[in-house]
Design a protein around this ligand. Structure first.
Ligand SMILES: Nc1ncnc2c1ncn2[C@@H]1O[C@H](COP(=O)(O)OP(=O)(O)OP(=O)(O)O)[C@@H](O)[C@H]1O
Length: 607
């Protein structure tokens, strides 16, 4: 069959309205409750449009619930610009057509709406939408009735409206009646519309008041702070530690950040309440601030940020990126200023939110300086700031491992080596960056192996006398891969210390993976071992300790072996080192062996 007989015609897409409504209700909007938001938004936009030409025109949106109307319908009246008959055909009956775009089709920034689909959300809760409208441009009052199946009718209204403006009427569908109860409607209107720049009422209940609490005029700063505290408490349920004013003129953004009065989980991103042109967008917007700012919750109103089509999230664009950066900067500046103006408040803040500040300090010099001067770290001389610590210990060391700090801080302190616990999140990066500070602070990592060289060497006479003891001790620990040294050190309460150097730790890991690896790989690993073999972990016996001293007086090599293995096990446990099966076995053996020495087992009697 050929194409000769075909006439090529241009056709228009057909739209199945039911499909579109289904798309909106199931996939775009998270809940049918947005119907009220869309109606309020249209009312407010119509008022905005009218006041552009008529600045003194009334700015009212009035909602009547079925309880008020008495005929089962919900009505939204506005004193907006209204629509002419031609506009009704063009705007109300064309999906995707919006009167809020300019000639080039861009959203006009003074309006909330832009997509030309909002009115359809009425079909989430009603099968019929009726609009009665009288245009500010003159002409008769027009009535438009649209149905969820796509039919619509336009006719002269039975009665002329007294005033310019529009009334939208919804008759709830059976399954949607809950969304029309007066309490629910008041709650929804407050939720979305409490800050709208019009006089909004539901029945006689006023919804809007004096606008955003952060931009109202207050007689004194103290009264403003009290009002913002109250606002925060009613919104988020906490009394803020402080309130930070936020302002990004390029995005038409103003608002406040409330500093949390309790520690927050830094892995959970704080969420913020965002209004766009005074209409609530959402109260769970996470990407308004940088991730590190988890210690504040913000409420902002922005004129120029864009919503996604669902109006439930911010559209990610360059402006949002800029806002995020600028707000991050404002929170940071507040912190720096606090260090100058109210160190006590800063300390309180840091006690709660040190993790966020540390995260900042990794990239930001001013924050690094703040951490250095104000944040207390755990050190071998107690909790203190790094600045104070560096002053006291010009040759200080740090360890990037909390367990190692616990193990070694007393020993290090007893030997005059200042040790900082840099084992928590961000600590190691911060310590490494201290050299970037003015005056360059040098903090080196501690190699635990280095500690033995600082322990007091015994007098040569003593060492000589204990030669046999040391030999027996060495033999007892050799199968466990550990060498023995005897030193004199503080604290005297410590009988022995198990020290691994970094190289020895590496070697232990190597041996472990070799034991688990296949033969070929084990050979490769084996070839690496001799290079590291020289550096074995050490059991440093403390000659200053009475128990150890008593053990050194033993002469029987077997008994020495048992006692030294007991010290070895104790040192491992004390230092929270992992116990390998061989270590646990040695510990058991030594315990039993010592028991046998103390109370030799009776030969068992056979009946
Ligand atoms: N109360 C009203 N008064 C005057 N015009 C209205 C009113 N409600 C709707 N309109 C007109 O109908 C058009 C379509 O409204 P609709 O709510 O579908 O889309 P929108 O508000 O333009 O955009 P969005 O989908 O973002 O809400 C509007 O652009 C507006 O011109």
């Amino acid at each position: 069959m050929g194409w000769e007989g075909w006439a090529v015609t241009e056709r228009a897409f057909q739209v199945d309205l039911r499909g579109v409504v289904d798309l909106l209700s199931r996939h775009l909007y998270s809940s049918p409750r947005v119907y009220l938001r869309e109606l309020l938004q249209n009312g407010v936009d119509a008022v905005t449009a009218r006041r552009a030409g008529e600045p003194d025109a009334p700015a009212r949106v009035h909602v009547e619930t079925p309880e008020h109307t008495g005929d089962g319908t919900l009505r939204v009246h506005d004193t907006g610009v209204g629509l002419t008959e031609a506009q009704v055909h063009e705007l109300l009956a064309t999906i995707g057509r919006s009167g809020k775009r300019d000639e080039l089709g861009y959203a006009r920034h003074e309006f909330l709406g832009q997509f030309g689909i909002g009115l359809l959300s009425g079909f989430l809760v009603a099968d019929e939408i009726e609009v009665t409208t009288r245009s500010a441009q003159g002409g008769p009052t027009v009535r438009w009735v649209g149905h969820a199946d796509g039919r619509y009718r336009v006719e002269p209204a039975a009665r002329e409206r007294d005033e310019v403006g529009t009334t939208v009427v919804l008759r709830p569908r059976r399954d949607a009646e809950e969304w029309f109860a007066t309490d629910t409607v008041v709650e929804l209107a407050r939720h979305y519309g409490a800050l709208l720049p019009v006089e909004l009422r539901v029945g006689d209940t006023p919804v809007t008041g004096d606008g955003p609490p952060w931009s109202r005029a207050y007689p004194t700063p103290a009264l403003r702070r009290a009002a913002l505290n109250d606002y925060c408490r009613s919104l988020f349920g906490f009394l803020p530690l402080d309130v930070i004013d936020l302002d990004v003129p390029e995005a038409g953004l103003r608002g406040v950040a409330f500093v949390l009065p309790h520690a927050a989980n830094p892995t959970v991103r704080a969420t913020h309440r965002v209004y766009l042109k005074r209409m609530l967008l959402a109260d769970n917007v996470a990407d308004l601030l940088p991730e590190w700012a988890f210690f504040v919750r913000c409420v902002v109103d922005a004129g120029e940020l864009r919503p996604t089509a669902s109006r439930e999230a911010l559209y990610e664009d360059d402006l949002l990126g800029h806002v995020r950066e600028t707000l991050g900067g404002q929170v940071r500046d507040w912190l720096v200023a606090l260090a100058e103006s109210d160190p006590e408040a800063l300390r309180r803040f840091l006690r709660l939110h040190h993790v966020g500040v540390k995260a900042l300090a990794v990239h930001d010099d001013a924050m690094l300086d703040l951490v250095y001067r104000w944040l207390e770290f755990e050190t071998s001389s107690g909790a203190m700031t790094l600045a104070e610590f560096a002053r006291r210990h010009p040759d200080a060391r740090y360890t990037p491992d909390v367990d190692e700090f616990r193990r070694l801080s007393a020993v290090a302190a007893a030997q005059g080596i200042g040790l900082v616990n840099a084992g928590y999140v961000y600590d190691a990066e911060i310590v490494a960056r201290l050299a970037d500070l003015d005056g360059g602070v040098k903090l080196l990592p501690l190699d635990p192996g280095e500690l033995t060289t600082r322990f007091g060497i015994l007098e040569s006479g003593v060492e000589l006398r204990l030669r046999d003891f040391l030999r027996a001790a060495e033999r007892a620990l050799d199968p466990l891969g550990c060498t023995v040294v005897l030193r004199d050190y503080a604290p005297a309460s410590l009988p022995a210390l198990y020290l691994t150097s970094r190289a020895a730790e590496h070697r232990a890991e190597l041996a472990e993976s070799r034991a688990q690896a296949d033969p070929l790989w084990a050979d490769v690993l084996g070839a690496l071992e001799p290079a590291l073999a020289a550096d074995r972990p050490r059991l440093v016996l403390n000659h200053a300790n009475p128990l150890t001293r008593r053990i050194t007086t033993l002469t029987d090599p077997e008994l020495i072996g048992l006692a030294v293995q007991a010290l070895y096990g104790q040192a491992l446990l004390h230092g929270r080192h992992p116990l390998r099966p061989a270590d646990a076995a040695a510990l058991n053996r030594s315990f039993l062996g010592l028991l046998d020495w103390a109370a030799p087992a009776e030969p068992e009697e056979h009946a």
